[in-house]
Design a protein. Structure first.
Length: 107
């Protein structure tokens, strides 16, 4: 649940979102060591994304997705991230299940 949108009802109440994140990185060390220190800590990434959703208000999905990408580009490990942010049941007169954006960022 997050604040994202420019319509009055979007500004006033949190809405449901679905976020997909693909992180690209070299995982050879993790594959050999079986050590969490050599890979992405997915729990930490989820916590960082949750903090963005809870602590910020976004006007545009593009900004929301950009902030998520910046949060998941772990220095010295992640080389790229593809982030999809979808607003579930957007407040439009048409029967639309979701609307969203997908962005790709590199480190």
């Amino acid at each position: 649940m997050a604040y994202c949108g420019i319509l009055p009802e979007e500004v006033e109440r949190r809405q449901p979102f679905e976020i997909d994140v693909d992180v690209e990185c070299d995982l050879r060390a993790a594959g050999q060591s079986d050590d969490l220190n050599n890979t992405i800590d997915y729990g930490g990434l989820v916590a960082a994304i949750e903090a963005l959703a809870v602590n910020n208000r976004y006007g545009l999905l593009e900004r929301f997705a950009s902030d998520v990408a910046a949060a998941v580009l772990v220095p010295d490990l992640a080389t790229a991230a593809t982030v999809s942010v979808r607003k579930l049941r957007p407040p439009v007169p048409q029967d639309l299940a979701s609307s969203g954006v997908t962005i790709r960022r590199t480190a």
